[in-house]
Design a protein around this ligand. Structure first.
Ligand SMILES: NC(=O)c1ccc[n+]([C@@H]2O[C@H](COP(=O)([O-])OP(=O)(O)OC[C@H]3O[C@@H](n4cnc5c(N)ncnc54)[C@H](O)[C@@H]3O)[C@@H](O)[C@H]2O)c1
Length: 272
């Protein structure tokens, strides 16, 4: 029997990228994994991949922006397994980031759609799953925020606001339900190599991030999946309301450090 045997883990956006890596991580540890994703093609594929090695995965196609679908998902999980041990709020409307610019250049509708896709979705998922967690007297909620929610962004105005809101949702949930056994934490990645970054990112953008990092290279999905797993297990039992940066040290660094390092290493002196 492994650590996660008998545990039910719901992962939104579990059909791709970081959510997919996290689904495999929990499945390999013996959990029952529910993949709640709107991707009708990838969801059954990830379910099948997990089942191939004996894992217990269930794809339940869900759009987490839709409250009715979220409630139906949790109802189904409750009826079938009677519990939710881990809720991993990972899905976000990343297709909106392409047109998410500065304050003056971003459409107000896009701003609202981003909040709906990135934080309202986590709010309704949390609201739906909490009663089961409170009934069982335990649970861990792990929300994916972003470095974009921790400091000002040159672009991605709406995305950054939504991720800052995810952090506040995380803290409030932790404070309100900690005494009843439910923890809630957030993870703030910087760049993680997923299809999202491949689609919307640029090689230049990746170089800029890498220059600002203390770690030698940008993250891969498993780097985040391992931290989600840690936050779901008793190893992290005293950690709640926390925002854990998985960013290779960007947020720890002074903004001047990338240029400073270049200069110290004999690169060109800074000019105005
Ligand atoms: N990749 C990065 O560099 C990076 C950095 C910081 C934060 N993040 C955050 O990490 C999370 C995952 O990103 P990723 O890079 O793995 O993206 P991804 O595009 O690879 O995967 C996202 C998944 O979410 C699903 N999804 C989107 N909207 C949904 C909805 N309304 N309902 C259900 N499922 C939905 C998609 O179908 C997809 O399977 C997001 O919250 C993102 O904001 C990513």
């Amino acid at each position: 029997m492994s650590e996660m045997t008998g545990r039910v883990v719901v992962i939104t956006g579990g059909a791709n990228g970081m959510g997919e890596a996290t689904a495999h991580t929990f499945a390999r540890a013996g959990a029952t994994v529910v993949i709640a994703d709107l991707d009708t093609e990838r969801s059954p594929l990830v379910e099948a991949e997990i089942r191939e090695y004996g894992g217990d995965a269930h794809a339940i196609v869900t759009d987490v922006r839709e409250r009715d679908q979220v409630d139906a998902l949790v109802r189904q999980v409750g009826e079938r397994w009677g519990r939710v041990d881990v809720l991993h709020n990972n899905a976000a409307s990343l297709e909106l980031t392409a047109a998410d610019r500065g304050v003056l250049d971003t459409a107000p509708e896009l701003f609202l759609d981003t909040l709906r896709g990135n934080v309202y979705s986590m709010f309704v998922m949390t609201r739906a799953a909490l009663p089961l967690m409170l009934e069982q007297g335990s649970g861990s909620i792990v929300n994916i925020a972003s470095l974009s929610g921790l400091s000002g962004e040159m672009q991605l105005t709406s995305y950054g606001v939504s991720k800052a809101a995810v952090i506040q949702l995380t803290r409030s949930t932790a404070v309100q339900f900690g005494k009843r056994g439910v923890r809630c934490n957030a993870i703030a990645p910087a760049v993680v190599k997923t299809r999202n970054v491949e689609t919307y990112g640029t090689p230049e953008g990746e170089i800029i991030y890498r220059r600002a990092m203390a770690a030698p290279d940008v993250a891969v999905p498993q780097d985040v999946a391992d931290v989600v797993y840690f936050l779901a297990t008793p190893a992290s039992r005293m950690i709640t309301g926390h925002v854990l940066s998985v960013d290779g040290g960007i947020h720890a660094s002074q903004p001047i450090n990338a240029d400073y390092r270049t200069w110290l290493e004999g690169g060109p002196a800074p000019t105005d």
